[in-house]
Design a binder for this molecule. Structure first.
Ligand code: SAH
Length: 223
C-alpha cells in the first residue's frame, strides 16, 4: 500500500497549492498589491490551521471556526492588516494579540524577522505553538496571557496588530508602541468594527480608518 499512499499525499499537496494560487488571484482582484503579502499567502498552508474536516474550505476567502468560539480570520482581512503594517515602511519585529490558529502569525513570519504573539485561551495557544514549530516557523514566539497588557518585557514594538475587536485601543498597547510605531486593530462593538491604523509621531498620534471589519471580541481581564 505504500506505493499508493505516496502519490495520494502528493496529490493533496498539489491541490492545496493550486487552491492557494486561486486565492492569491482573488486577493489581487480585491485590491491586494503588496507582493510580499501575496507571496506569503501563496505559501502558508492555511489548511493546516483549520480542523481536518474543514480543510477543503481552507482556501475560500472566509473566516472559519477554530473551536472555543473563535475563528481564523478571512484571508482578505489577514492580507489587508498585513499590508497596513508594511505600508509605512520596513520593520523587524511585530507583536500580535490574538494568536488563534496561528495563521496570521505564520503569514507575518514569512515576511519579517520576528513575530511575538499572545493568546489568552490555553488550548489554542498550545495548538498554535505545536503547529508553528512543526511547520518550521522558528521565528514565532508565543505566550499565553491577556494580550491587552501587551508583552511589556519585550517592548517597545515597531508594529502591533490586534486580531480581536475592542471598544477602544488598550492604553498598555499604545504605551508599548515605539516612536513612529504603527498599531492596527479593529475598534468598535463585537462583530462590526472599524479597522484602525494608529501611528505614533512623537507626542502626536495619527488615526486612520481602513474600513469596516467583523472580528470576535478582545476579552480583557482588566476593568
Ligand atoms: N489571528 C488569528 C485570529 C484569531 S481570532 C488567526 O490567524 O487565526 C481572535 C483571537 O484572539 C482568539 O483566539 C481569542 O481567544 C484571542 N483573544 C481575545 N482576547 C484576547 C486577549 N485579551 N489576549 C489575547 N488573546 C485574545
Amino acid at each position: 500500500m505504500v506505493g499508493l499512499r505516496h502519490p495520494h499525499v502528493r496529490g493533496l499537496g498539489m491541490t492545496a497549492q493550486r487552491n492557494r494560487k486561486r486565492l492569491v488571484d482573488r486577493l489581487y482582484e480585491e485590491g491586494i498589491r503588496d507582493d510580499r503579502v501575496l507571496k506569503a499567502i501563496g505559501t502558508v498552508q492555511r489548511h493546516r490551521f483549520v480542523d481536518e474536516a474543514l480543510a477543503n474550505m481552507a482556501y475560500r476567502d472566509t473566516a472559519l471556526p477554530i473551536g472555543h468560539g473563535q475563528t481564523i480570520s478571512q484571508p482578505l482581512i489577514v492580507a489587508r492588516m498585513t499590508e497596513a503594517l508594511l505600508e509605512p515602511g520596513p520593520f523587524d519585529t511585530v507583536l500580535e494579540v490574538g494568536t488563534g490558529s496561528g495563521y496570521q502569525a505564520a503569514v507575518l513570519a514569512e515576511i519579517v524577522d520576528q513575530v511575538l504573539t499572545v493568546e489568552r485561551i490555553r488550548p489554542l495557544y498550545q495548538r498554535a505553538g505545536r503547529l508553528l514549530r512543526e511547520l518550521g516557523y522558528h521565528n514565532v514566539r508565543l505566550r499565553q496571557s491577556d494580550g491587552s497588557w501587551g508583552w511589556p518585557q519585550l517592548g517597545p514594538f515597531e508594529r502591533i496588530v490586534v486580531t480581536a475587536g475592542g471598544e477602544q485601543i488598550p492604553d498598555a498597547l499604545r504605551e508599548q508602541l515605539a516612536p513612529d510605531g504603527v498599531l492596527v486593530m479593529p475598534v468598535g462593538p463585537s462583530g462590526r468594527q472599524e479597522l484602525i491604523r494608529l501611528t505614533r509621531h512623537g507626542q502626536d498620534w495619527e488615526r486612520e480608518s481602513l474600513g469596516l471589519v467583523s472580528f470576535v471580541p478582545l476579552v480583557s481581564d482588566k476593568i
